[in-house]
Design a protein around this ligand. Sequence first.
Ligand SMILES: Nc1ncnc2c1ncn2[C@@H]1O[C@H](COP(=O)(O)OP(=O)(O)OP(=O)(O)O)[C@@H](O)[C@H]1O
Ligand SMILES: [Mg+2]
Length: 271
Amino acid sequence: MDRVIDARGVSYEYPDTTRAIADVDLTVAAGERVAVLGANGSGKSTLQLVLGGLVEPTAGTVTYFGETTDVEAVRERLGVLLQDPEDYLFNTTVREDIEYGPAQLDVPRETATARIDALADELGLEELLDRPPFRLSGGEKQRAAVASVLAFNPDVLLLDEPLGAVDIHYRERILELLERHDGTTIVFTPSVDLVPLLAERVVLVGQDGSIVADDGVREVLTDRSLLEKHGLRPPAVVRLFEGIVPTDEIPLTVPEGRDRLRRADRSVDQY
Ligand SMILES: Nc1ncnc2c1ncn2[C@@H]1O[C@H](COP(=O)(O)OP(=O)(O)OP(=O)(O)O)[C@@H](O)[C@H]1O
Ligand SMILES: [Mg+2]
């Protein structure tokens, strides 16, 4: 297994002594897609900051690509999207913000422009590229921030709630874009409903900032008591089928639920 991120005994305490993550052991393999879930304040964003090397753990180590604990040596391979998109948008125009990453990496200008135009097209940013970022709506800012992280083609994406403010249309576009980045390792913080659309593994963070579950999507999303203990609920479609079909057959997405109902309907017809 190619280890992309290997956190051992990692804790982080803010300067005011708030212990936000506690003794985390987490290994993420190349190409994996891991969803990080947890209640408000459990430490998901702090975990992303530490994994992304934006803050140094106060205990433990993070090893990148099985090679180094020096994040500066691999910084350009990590695309980190923080929860607040405004943290990315600091240039005079949206275009300059999106160009920033490729320019830092000396991507040839033509390649960068082609990539930015394609992202602008996918994310509906064409009309916004020449505007100052602070004049965008919340969802537009989030789309621009996603574009600025994807523009430099990182090997690893650490995305803290990348879809929180975007509407359904762009949510699907972003999911498609991420899906297409086959081979890219993704650690993201989604709402429970979005987990099955992109992740194959879930890491659940408890209120004390430790990892309380690290398991498959089905195992975590169908465990109502585990989720409720940590301030979450299974997706609506899971709650709908819970207790009606065996746990290992509970649909995790609406299309799966619809198929399941169609099949049930046909079996009723047979009587
Ligand atoms: N700059 C800071 N200084 C001190 N404590 C902080 C700071 N930022 C966050 N915290 C605290 O660290 C803990 C973890 O916060 P974090 O933002 O990582 O949670 P989260 O799981 O991302 O929450 P949410 O679901 O609301 O995004 C919380 O107790 C929070 O109050
Ligand atoms: Mg957060």
